[in-house]
Design a protein around this ligand. Structure first.
Ligand code: MOS
Length: 711
């Protein structure tokens, strides 16, 4: 159709989704014009500084706030003895809230780093000085922070997806020619976004306004309204720019405490969580211990796949890192069992962290498959092809699209896999042992109902309002391209506004569902707007606005196995003198549906793969058994990959379409990390002849393991 408002003469505007575009807010970000929640100035702003518990379990006896109240600039000391009561007995979007929302509601301390007080002062420095001077007395109880799969408190949670079984597992294992049976472990890992959590709260004409850094402003607004028993319409949360989130930025203590303090003092209050405080306040990835048993015929055909994953949670909330779910859509086998178990310890509650479940789960299962390939004498890619399922291996449902093998074909060609000598520990270049490895990736395709509004403005531009969150992914740019393509106008004429709960319900930026969900709503609104514009007539000064709601369309999706897939490749060098592993190159080829903006999509994949490298070689949080707290909980002590550790990482994709899917966008935020650590661990085996089943693959572990290093 030709919209009357469309003045372009080009039949195919050069803004089609699929071409590469820099971020629409890129200039604002690099010039500092883009403001983040922790740095926006407000008249009369007061500053809150958190005080965290120093014991791992017990009770608060006293918060000795009197001396602190006399310190310069101090306005208030909030704690469990004087804070307003909240109603935490609600069910939010993701179920019961993490009880960290019950901040200052009782005197119990469930872990080191639990919030025990908030000092509010005229300046951030004054608040910090007073917070550091505040004396809190505790009655301490013995604690248990020692995680292992053998912990007697381990149990299988209720709830969907904890256990899936098919066939007679033990019989198939007994009938197998080759069996692999090992435990793989991953340590406690942290998200640590570049921008720490921050929120400003103030009352404005009877409305509560919160300027925050989050993954879903509607989500945060809804939970705050429930928590403080407020009319949902009286709470507005905005989050325009977000410097990373990765699963950590939902409802957290900073928003709640900012609201409490702003209400009590009747002035704007901002609470910023410090880098060190993030380690106990904003979630993390549980350590895992995963037993994988694979049984196969002589040629590598799987008879049995058993994945038993263990993780930890806190004593106050049940969060499960569902690592055992990774294999469910992956490989055909006569018998299947995947089970997630958890143990409650005196530690902070873990949470979603980039590819929750799939990231550690893929390390275990994709390492075990490499071990099976070795035992069977089958090439690792051929082994995966041999076990390719026709339908969901556990569900029996058809796949919406499944292009894992296409990703392997393209990856193998570009990586040069055909030239690989399968023998381990035989390539050496000076002091470096060399090896290559591969592993599969997958992540589910998720969608949530969303609303969007598109306005045809009188000046010929279009304004899109959708409560999306751009956590650094490029979502704002992707939505601009999606809208421009649907409108058939140059992208410069489209202005996308996001990050405002007043824009109406929309998916969060999580589970890789954002662009798929919001893009669907934007396209639906554009379709209807174009029908209205086709009728002709003038556009009034306020423009013509059409709203969409995808609830019905999303609900009508047929039940299928919907996943992205990928093939990860890595080449490593292992220093025979120091045991250091250096990744020399990585290649990831993904089958992840329609790619909206190749430039930022590549960044998403490469970012995930970089994190996988970091997970394989560097990251682990150390918890001290005696105190129950972290050792080195900062960016000096928590070691992660820096520029010098990261070689050229290439990511690309293969065609992956699903004719039945109304949007075709699958989501790409998480799959890049999946399988990356296994590909590196498999490459380390190929280099050294030794399996590393415990991450990270530190130099001391490599040296102690020996293998070709001692040859
Ligand atoms: Mo992601 S871990 O679902 O934010």
């Amino acid at each position: 159709m030709t919209a009357r408002t469309t003045t372009t003469t080009s039949p195919a505007p050069a803004n089609a989704a699929g071409a590469s575009y820099t971020r629409v807010e890129g200039r604002d970000k690099v010039t500092g014009a883009a403001r983040y929640a922790g740095e926006i100035p407000y008249a009369d702003l007061a500053h809150g500084w958190l005080v965290l518990s120093t014991i791992a379990r017990g009770r608060i006896i006293s918060v000795e706030s009197e001396p602190v109240r006399e310190m310069p600039g101090v306005l208030a000391v909030l704690h469990h003895g004087n804070a307003p009561r909240v109603d935490s007995d609600y069910v939010g979007m993701l179920g019961k809230p993490d009880p960290i929302v019950e901040v200052f509601q009782h005197d119990r301390v469930p872990f080191v780093g639990w919030p025990v007080a908030l000092v509010v002062a005229e300046t951030s420095e004054q608040a910090r000085e007073a917070a550091e001077a505040l004396v809190v007395r505790y009655e301490e109880e013995t604690h248990d922070v020692a995680f292992s799969s053998a912990h007697p408190g381990t149990y299988m949670p209720d709830g969907d997806g904890m256990l899936m079984e098919k066939g007679d597992l033990e019989a198939e294992l007994a009938a197998s020619t080759h069996v692999v049976d090992h435990e793989y472990t991953t340590p406690e890992e942290h998200h640590g976004s570049m921008e720490p959590h921050a929120a400003m709260a103030r009352w404005d004409s009877g409305r509560l306004e919160i300027v925050d850094s989050n993954q879903g402003s509607g989500w945060v607004a809804d939970e705050l309204a429930k928590l403080f028993s407020l009319d949902p319409d009286s709470v507005r949360v905005r989050s325009e720019h977000v410097g990373g989130a990765f699963g950590s930025k939902g409802v957290r203590v900073h928003q709640i405490l900012a609201v409490m303090a702003a209400t009590q003092l009747d002035r704007p209050v901002r609470v910023v969580i410090t880098r060190r405080q993030l380690f106990s306040l904003t979630g993390y990835r549980s350590p895992t211990a995963q037993r994988v048993r694979l049984g196969a015929d002589a040629d590598g055909r799987l008879r049995a796949l058993d994945h038993q994953a263990h993780s930890l949670t806190s004593t106050v909330h049940e969060f499960v890192e569902t690592s055992a779910g990774f294999g469910r859509p992956m490989y055909a086998s006569d018998a299947h069992r995947s089970v997630n178990r958890v143990v409650r310890l005196d530690v902070p509650t873990p949470t979603f962290m980039r590819a929750p479940g799939e990231a550690p789960g893929s390390f275990a299962l994709e390492s075990a498959l490499d071990e099976l390939a070795e035992k069977c004498g089958v090439d690792p890619i051929a082994l995966r092809a041999r076990n390719e399922p026709d339908v969901g291996p556990v569900s029996g449902l058809p796949f919406a699209s499944r292009n894992l093998l296409a990703a392997y074909r393209e990856g193998a060609r570009r990586f040069g896999w055909a030239d690989r000598d399968p023998r381990p520990g035989v390539r050496r270049e000076g002091r470096w042992l060399l090896g290559t490895g591969t592993a599969s990736a997958t992540f589910p395709v998720i969608v949530a109902p969303s609303t969007a509004a598109v306005t045809a403005e009188a000046d010929g531009t279009f304004t899109v309002r959708v409560n999306a969150a751009d956590v650094g992914t490029g979502a704002r740019t992707a939505l601009t391209l999606i809208a421009a393509e649907a409108l058939e106008v140059p992208r410069e004429r489209v202005h996308v506004r996001i990050g405002d709960s007043d824009f109406g319900p929309a998916a969060i930026s999580g589970g890789s569902m954002g662009t798929r969900s919001w893009g669907w709503a934007v396209r639906a609104a554009v379709t209807e707007l174009r029908e209205q514009l086709a009728l002709g007539g003038d556009i009034p000064p306020q423009g013509i606005t059409v709203r969409s709601d995808t609830s019905a369309a999303v609900g009508a999706l047929t039940q299928k196995e919907r996943h992205s897939f990928g093939a990860q490749f890595a080449e490593v060098g292992v220093d025979v003198a120091t045991g250091e592993v250096r990744v020399r190159r990585m290649l990831g080829i993904f089958a992840a549906g329609k790619i909206v903006n190749p430039l930022t999509a590549r960044s998403q994949f490469v970012g995930g793969m970089t994190w996988g490298l970091s997970m394989a070689l560097h990251e682990e949080a150390h918890r001290d058994q005696a105190t129950g707290g972290h050792v080195g909980a900062d960016f000096a002590g928590y070691h992660f990959a820096a520029n010098a550790d990261v070689p050229v990482i290439e990511a690309d994709w293969v065609e992956d379409t699903d004719a039945d899917d109304p949007v075709g966008i699958k989501g790409i935020g998480e799959i890049g990390i999946v399988g990356a650590a296994a590909a590196i661990a498999n490459a380390v085996w190929h280099a050294t002849g030794v399996r590393h089943r415990n991450l990270p693959i530190r130099p001391d572990r490599v040296l102690n393991a020996g293998g070709a290093l001692d040859a």
